[in-house]
Design a protein around this ligand. Structure first.
Ligand code: 3PG
Length: 217
C-alpha cells in the first residue's frame, strides 16, 4: 500500500511551517500549551512517546479539537496503535520502522519516518512516502545535506528536526525541499512552567513574526 500524499495534513504543515515537539510530564500544562499555540495560530502539535503521559496528552488535546494533534517518537506497533486510538492524526518516528509505517498506511494516517541517509529515504519512498523527517538534522549535515540529498531525491520534501533553533530555522525554511521544521525549540513544558506561559508565548510569537517577515519562506 502506498501513502496518500494529497492528505490535508501536508498542506497544513506547509502553511504553518512549525511542528512543535512536546513531551508531557504534567497534564496540567496542556490547557496553557493549547492556548499559546492557538494564540499564535500554530495549530499543530507532536506529542512524543518519551513519557508515560503521551497517550493521555494526545487524547486530551485531540478531544478539545483546537489543534492538529500527532504522535512523535513512535517506535513500535503498540505505540502507533495507542496513538491512533487516542486521536493522533499523524505519526512521526525517529527512524524507518516498517510496522509503524504499514499500520499508518492501512489507516490512511500520514506518517513521517525519520531518515538521515539515501538508504533511509529510499526505504520511505518504497512505501510511497515523499515527506520524511530528517533527523538529527544538525548532526547529519543540516541544510547542506538536505540540498545534496535533494539532487537524486528531487521529489521528496523534508521535515528536519534536531538541533534546530531560533538562530537557524529561517535558513532551513528558505530551502524549497523543506516543508517545515520541527523541534522542542518551538514550545516546551519547561518553558511554559517558567512563568505560566508568558515567555513561551512571546518566544513563539517571535518565531512566527520571523516567518512573516521573511518573504522567501
Ligand atoms: C526529535 O525527536 O525530533 C528531536 O529530538 C528534536 O530535537 P530537538 O530537541 O533538538 O528539537
Amino acid at each position: 500500500m502506498l501513502a496518500n500524499m494529497d492528505h490535508e495534513i501536508y498542506k497544513q504543515l506547509e502553511e504553518v511551517k512549525l511542528l512543535p515537539l512536546y513531551t508531557a510530564t504534567d497534564l496540567s500544562y496542556l490547557d496553557k500549551l493549547e492556548e499559546i499555540l492557538v494564540n499564535n495560530d500554530v495549530r499543530f502539535i507532536e506529542v512524543t512517546f518519551r513519557s508515560n503521559l503521551a497517550a493521555e496528552a494526545i487524547k486530551k488535546l485531540a478531544v478539545s479539537g483546537e489543534l492538529v494533534v500527532g504522535a512523535g517518537t513512535v517506535r513500535t506497533l503498540q505505540e502507533v496503535k495507542i496513538a491512533v486510538a487516542n486521536g493522533a492524526k499523524f505519526v512521526v518516528s525517529p527512524a524507518v520502522v516498517p510496522e509503524v509505517i504499514e499500520y499508518c498506511l492501512k489507516q490512511d494516517i500520514p506518517v513521517f519516518p525519520g531518515t538521515a541517509t539515501p538508504g533511509d529515504i529510499q526505504r520511505a519512498l518504497d512505501y510511497g512516502i515523499k515527506v520524511v523527517k530528517f533527523f538529527p538534522a544538525d548532526i547529519y549535515g543540516g541544510l547542506k545535506a538536505i540540498k545534496a540529498l535533494s539532487g537524486p531525491f528531487y521529489d521528496v520534501r523534508f521535515l528536519p528536526t534536531g538541533g534546530i533553533d531560533k538562530s537557524n530555522f529561517i535558513e532551513y525554511l528558505n530551502s524549497k525541499p523543506i516543508i517545515g521544521v520541527g523541534g522542542s525549540f518551538i514550545i516546551s513544558e519547561a518553558l511554559i512552567k517558567e512563568d505560566n506561559g508568558k515567555t513561551a508565548d512571546s518566544t513563539l510569537k517571535e518565531l512566527v513574526d520571523l516567518i512573516k517577515a521573511n518573504k522567501n519562506v
